[in-house]
Design a binder for this molecule. Structure first.
Ligand code: CDP
Length: 226
């Protein structure tokens, strides 16, 4: 059976996960959140009391780290060593640690293998940093979502406030800048727009506007059915 893959890459706060969820729901296919997998590895590193920027320490726990995902109503749950840790993954310290462990090639290789195997078995909308460039270079459609740093920081600040985390807007902005730097400057599969990705600047646009824009580029896929 042919599967469909739609890749959505871009920096934090560009709206990837919100849009990916909407598109996946409209197409009635899975939403694969690859960032959550990096966050799960980061959570384990923090739980073990290790330093996420120490490559040797992180690599040492990889063989005994099991990351798994399941789908409930087509939404992803992430398991770390058999425990559902989905609810723990959006904490600010986990986000910071995720961007540190994500520069380590060994971490990426392990997670990319899992991502590719899911995309082989299911039709998916996948969001991340290297999906169009590295994980699924033959994806049926690729998008690169971005927005100004100010707007991305404001969105993330609002999200964190709603979740009960009390960070200042300035701190959120600094953290996003640091993560962008890690993501764009790493040697192995950095964040970059794939040549054949459709660029959408979401600055000043509502979720609905962006979702409609993305769906306009998918009319052939909608028309063909899945
Ligand atoms: O939601 P947000 O964009 O803030 O983060 P995320 O997508 O959950 O990803 C968390 C971190 O994992 C990012 O800061 C990246 O460093 C890393 N990541 C990556 O390197 N490659 C991916 N395909 C997805 C995430």
């Amino acid at each position: 059976m042919k599967t469909i893959a739609i890749a959505i890459d871009g920096p934090a706060g560009a709206g990837k996960s919100t849009i990916a969820k909407i598109v996946a729901q409209k197409l009635n296919i899975h939403y694969l959140d690859t960032g959550a997998m990096y966050r799960a590895v980061a959570l384990k590193v923090l739980q073990e009391g290790l330093d996420p920027s120490n490559h040797e320490q992180v690599i040492s726990i990889l063989p005994s780290t099991h990351i798994g995902v399941t789908y409930q109503h087509r939404l992803q749950r992430v398991y770390l060593d058999g425990q559902d840790v989905t609810h723990l993954l959006r904490q600010p310290e986990v986000a910071k640690a995720a961007s540190e462990v994500a520069v380590i090639p060994e971490v990426r290789i392990k997670l990319v293998e899992l991502q590719r195997s899911i995309a082989q078995n299911y039709s998916v909308v996948v969001d991340g940093r290297d999906i169009g460039t590295f994980v699924l270079p033959n994806a049926d459609r690729k998008f690169y979502l971005t927005a100004t740093l100010e707007e991305r920081a404001r969105r993330r600040w609002l999200e964190m406030r709603e979740k009960g985390y009390n960070q200042s807007l300035e701190d959120v902005k600094k953290e996003l800048e640091a993560r962008d730097r890690n993501d764009m400057n790493r040697t192995f599969a950095p964040l970059r727009k794939a040549e054949d990705a459709i660029l959408i600047d979401t600055t000043g646009k509502s979720i609905e506007q962006v979702a409609n824009e993305v769906c306009r580029y998918l009319t052939d896929i909608f028309a063909d059915g899945l």
